[in-house]
Design a protein around this ligand. Structure first.
Ligand code: F6P
Length: 560
């Protein structure tokens, strides 16, 4: 039996019919007055989570908590933190929390495959620091003696999205170096990003980080080969290339070595760190290079504070638990299958994409841990953009379209403009932040109230084609300022949210078998394309469906 057949689920169903469905969001507000905000918002570690614009009451949360308890949330959390084999399909732990706990002794007794987790993490931080500071000080020299001034991270998925998102979000915190130091990211399999970049770069001052947990991902290895071909044009030997221009991060040192990355330029990773949970590991090296190790450690510190909160706060006051249960309520009871992430901050532009991997790759599952087919929805479709930009793009659908969705508004309150700007520029930037805050709050209000907002503000004139149905649920997450620490907290908040949902649904959030078949079939397809290019189509061992055959033929016709 899945969670759907449980007593807790049935209690929630009954509550939905009786206490929620008969009412609109506006009515839920009218019924509880100002108290509703107090009842349905909570604050911890400088983060305010307002759930009052969700179609729920305090009773909903209590019933959801009962369901989480029934599903063994506390025991599962304990298992996660203590290094139990929580990734059941791959029989391994998921110990990303250990990566951000270097200052305590919590993990000093945790061992995986006979290795002490704390010692591995501590050594890794030292390796990262050694490499990052050598580059930052201008002491990492290219083959010809020039300092490295451009670092390109080649990776994909978790080996790209997380570090890229953080580097973009915290660019204002970049370490001051005596010379301009660029950190860039390349992921696309087609080589287009890399090809564009290489045109403007010089081999002597460029360093590539080859970031791949498995070191078998074809996207990354293909880009890495292209980078090496470019390096070979100027640099006389592969050993000089490896020594001066390559750094690797992987769980397979022998694969890095075979590929040409010398051991002193390697950073370790381990099975027990999932790709999409790996920005806190050596995969975060680009962050440490761009922002400095001190800021990287502040990011870890922020995440660690959220880890402690998640482990210790009561379920009622637990931010990840509340965010997760709200999602479950929306997905499973209110039938909302799409979730939009709206950061009101240009620096968080890459956050929606990051969260779409985190959530959809983790919880985009349809069998339980026992192998039973689920009879309810799991991860919704996640998409988003900078909120204020999205207002001029997909908000039309949010306000007047037909699909059912819910939204997360995420906004830092303050922005500290650099003191290097003139007073006038700073004043203007402050005004822009007020404008941004006003839009954030106004939009969630209009989504909730629709046309009814007019009765509160008679100056707005309406016409029939301007109907706003409203009654759209959203959460708002507000925090003081975007800093390495607050970003660390925010990311860990969502990581744990995903975990809580997986526990309630009894699915495994730490594997991703769904992406494997496509990779395998792409190999056979590549083989067919290459044979056709050589005029050897008869030697193909694969047969294709009519559509694939048609597409391959069309490609081939236009390739020549
Ligand atoms: O294909 C999915 C995936 O395995 C992700 O989970 C992972 O983040 C990404 O590919 C990259 O994998 P790797 O770091 O092993 O190259």
């Amino acid at each position: 039996m899945t969670v759907r057949g449980s007593v807790a689920w049935q209690a929630l169903d009954a509550h939905l019919q009786k206490d929620i469905l008969p009412y609109s969001l506006k009515q839920l507000f009218n019924g509880s007055g100002a108290q509703r905000f107090n009842d349905l918002s909570m604050e911890a570690m400088g983060l305010l989570l307002d759930l009052s614009k969700q179609k729920m009451t305090p009773k909903t949360l209590s019933l959801l908590i009962k369901m989480a308890e029934q599903q063994g949330l506390r025991q599962a959390t304990q298992m996660l933190y203590s290094g139990g084999e929580i990734n059941r399909s791959e029989l391994r732990p998921a110990l990303h929390t250990a990566l951000r706990d270097s200052s305590s002794e919590k993990y000093s007794d945790v061992h995986v495959d006979g290795q002490n987790v704390k010692q591995l993490v501590d050594k890794n931080l030292l390796d990262m620091e050694r490499i990052a500071s050598k580059i930052q000080k201008g002491n990492w020299l290219g083959y010809s003696g020039q300092p490295i001034t451009t670092v390109i991270n080649i990776g994909v998925g978790g080996s790209d999205i997380g570090p890229n998102m953080v580097c973009h979000a915290l660019a204002e915190f970049r370490l001051e170096t005596k010379f301009p130091l660029d950190v860039m990211f390349v992921s696309s399999m087609d080589g287009s990003q890399l090809a564009e970049m290489l045109q403007h770069l010089d081999q002597g001052s460029t360093l590539f980080i080859i970031a791949s947990k498995t070191f078998t991902t074809i996207d990354t290895l293909a880009n890495a080969e292209t980078a090496r071909a470019w390096l070979r044009k100027k640099i006389p030997s592969d050993s000089l290339i490896g020594q001066h221009h390559l750094v690797g991060c992987s769980a397979f040192p022998e694969r890095m070595a075979k590929w040409g990355i010398p051991s002193e330029n390697q950073i370790s990773l381990w099975d027990w760190v999932g790709g999409r949970y790996s920005l806190w590991s050596g995969i975060g090296l680009p962050i440490a290079i761009k922002l400095g190790m001190a800021n990287f450690k502040l990011l870890l510190k922020g995440a660690n504070a959220m880890d402690d909160h998640f482990q210790n706060a009561s379920l009622h006051e637990n931010l990840p638990v509340m965010l997760a249960l709200t999602g479950i309520w929306n997905i499973n009871f209110l039938g909302l299958k799409a979730h939009t992430i709206l950061p009101y901050d240009g620096r968080l532009k890459l956050l929606p994409n990051y969260l779409s991997q985190l959530e959809m790759e983790s919880n985009g599952k349809s069998v339980t841990n026992a192998g039973e087919k689920v009879d309810f929805d799991t991860s919704p479709v996640i998409w988003g953009d900078v909120g204020a930009n999205a207002q001029h793009a997909f908000f039309q659908l949010l306000h007047q379209g037909t699909p059912a969705y819910y939204a997360d508004f995420i906004v830092p309150i303050k922005r500290t403009a650099s003191s290097e700007y003139t007073k006038a520029t700073r004043t203007q930037l402050e005004y822009q932040q007020s404008l941004n805050l006003a839009n954030c709050v106004a939009q969630s209000r209009v989504l909730m109230l629709g046309d009814d907002v007019l009765s509160w503000d008679q100056s707005i004139v309406t016409s029939p084609d301007r109907l706003y149905p409203g009654n759209h649920a959203s959460s708002t997450l507000m925090f003081d300022e975007l800093t390495p620490e607050s970003l660390g907290r925010l990311i860990a908040l969502y990581e744990h949210k995903v975990f809580v949902q997986a526990v309630v649904w009894d699915i495994n959030p730490f594997d991703q078998w769904g992406v494997e078949l496509g990779k395998q079939i792409a190999k056979t397809t590549l083989n067919a394309i290459q044979k056709r290019q050589l005029g050897d189509a008869d030697a193909e061992d694969a047969t294709f469906d009519a559509s694939t055959e048609g597409l391959l033929n069309h490609m081939f016709k236009h390739h020549h």
